[in-house]
Ligand binder design. Sequence first.
Ligand code: PXG
Length: 288
Amino acid sequence: MKVFIDGKFYDEAKAKVSVLDHGLLYGDGVFEGIRAYNGRVFKLKEHIDRLFYSAKAILMTLPMSHAELMKATVDTIRKNKLRDGYVRLVVTRGVGTLGLNPRSCKNPSVIIIAGKIQVYPPELYAKGMDIVTVPTTRNLHSAVNPAIKSLNYLNNILAKIEANNAGVEEAVMLNAEGFVAECTADNIFIIKNGDLMTPPLSAGALYGITRGTVMDIASQSGIKVSEPTLTRYDLFNADECFLTGTGAEIMPVVKIDGRVIGNGKPGLLTRKLVEKYHALTNSSGEPI
Ligand code: PXG
């Protein structure tokens, strides 16, 4: 595997960062998870846009332009001879002193890793997933805003561990007010009476690229899409439920906190959206 670090490619064994990088010492940095299908990078522009928004929110000036980051991402996939794969684009605050003040960090570091990803067992896509709500709540907007895709993922990791402890793969995270925010690495949707709903960003959801794509596909298919505040009760009484993420794509959910959703099988509208999503991922994107 060849890894891009600050303009150069390194063999995996030599692709290293300093122990004084504040990305390691403090989780000070931002990242993106991007996917390539069939020789094209899906929604690359949107991912780089979001990287810039995350960087702006943490007062970090990216050392490369939007166009340079797009090119470096495509180049890294090409260098690894991948047509389908997963790209992790990371920008750390860079090397500084042991103190947390980012003023000591002169140059942010750009790291691009291209590989493969399988976030959930394949059989769950056919069967549907069982998920639970967990005690760890989503970050407050007034703390580290959940819209920032930062290298501080401990909030989500704690929720993931709580899900694992409950014997399931994914957790629904509520915000401090008890409304549904999202899952640890996926956005959440429900379908009720033919309408599609997902929590608003203000509830603590990440502006998911897959979330946006699914909302577009649904609107174009004549499905009404809205972003109301949702409670656990709304999830339990949904006709269908699914999760979205770059890694997960669209994952049907069939049980939440022991309540069976709909008829306990992946729903009809969910399956239609999956089909349309796959058609789009296989036919659009930045050529590699
Ligand atoms: N919410 C959170 C908190 C995320 O981290 C999503 C939603 C989905 O967003 P996109 O843009 O991908 O539709 C994410 C992103 C993994 C992994 O290994 C996945 C994400 C982040 C980090 C790791 O599965 N998902």
